[in-house]
Design a protein around this ligand. Sequence first.
Ligand SMILES: [Zn+2]
Length: 444
Amino acid sequence: MKSLIAILLSVGSLYGANLKAGIGRVEITPAGPIWMSGYAARTHPSDGVLTRLWARALAIESGPGARIVIVSTDVVGVPRAVSEQVAARVEKEYGLKRSQWLINASHTHTGPVVWPNLENLTVFPAAEQEKLLVYQRRFIDAVVAAIGGAIGDLAPATLEYGEGSAAFAIDRRQAAPTGVKIGVNPEGPVDHVVPVLKITGADGKLRAALFGYACHNTTLTAETYQLSGDYAGFAAAKLEQQHPGATALFLMLCGADQNPNPRGTVELARQYGDALAAEVDRVISTSMKPVAGPVRTALRLTPLRLAMRTRPDFETELKSSTPAQVRRAQLMLKLLDSGQTIDRIDYPVQAVRFGRGLTLVALGGEVTVDYALRLKREYRGEPIVVAGYSNDVMCYIPSARVLREGGYEANDSMIYYGQAGPFAEDVEERIVAGVRQVMKDVGR
Ligand SMILES: [Zn+2]
């Protein structure tokens, strides 16, 4: 038995031998006070730093032209306007096609605004708006530099995959007399799996750990004005502290309708971060599954439809007592006046497959947990990780069930994202059809 395991392990490392990995990282902590994103209730810019914020990049290459760069960022969401600028630069500077890199936002609610993400959440004073434009440029430079750093660092590496679990996420869609409200729902669906990709250098030393979790990065609430990466930031910092020289990259999975429970204090954020780090540490110390090449990638834009809304709807909304709703109505009327489409979202769906050992599906927007549970059910036999919050965070992505039930993720959140209204009822089927296409592209 022992020799069989030894043979399997050596086959594994032989397979892994064709892979190279590289890591790049650039700090993105704002230089001074800046408006924070995620909560509408904030009344002033940040007033300190609790943990430093990072853009961390992991490049993996299986041969000429077969590579992926995964970028993890400590921000609430990266909008399309920003990822398109990064795309143009990394194509020019490093020859990366759009399918060959992905950017994931940790969804920390104690990070800076990445303009124009969540553009209708807050009206900023003019001077603050100017600071956000400066930060947006710095953020783009940092992501491009982190990607370049990762590519420049490519060296032979061994990749292994394993899974653990953490229990602090709870479904947050609580039934109330007025419909579904944000609370706690112990009966609701959760995905407690913690996927871990371990990257070891030729010298046997840990170089990086890519890990994920499906839970809003919102242990800290609107009263917190200190910048931080919340639980995900604490988890990465802890892992890096315990493995000097290694980089820990967090991927936000399909946690749009999941919250840490309980929440509200720095101590809890640190506690969840420590728990996640301990679980990643446990998984990487076990015997994991070897991951080999080739690296195959695909990204497609899937057109999604919003429910029909007309000019008279928005003219009525102009009289609303909710300021954000009035602003949304003004925005929509302006778009309609200039002849623009308001009922369609070009939605990014990406698949990254490593040999036959692992497939990462990266979806745009704040994706509800039903998508991960469904895709994991439908694609069995080979590990699959489903990330949300990738490449463009343009709104929440309710499943058919969540859309039907209503509540914040289905309806109200669309106002803050400056979207015309809720999705049409075929949203889940369109997204799953998009996933089937990219999965076919990578041979699944
Ligand atoms: Zn959110």
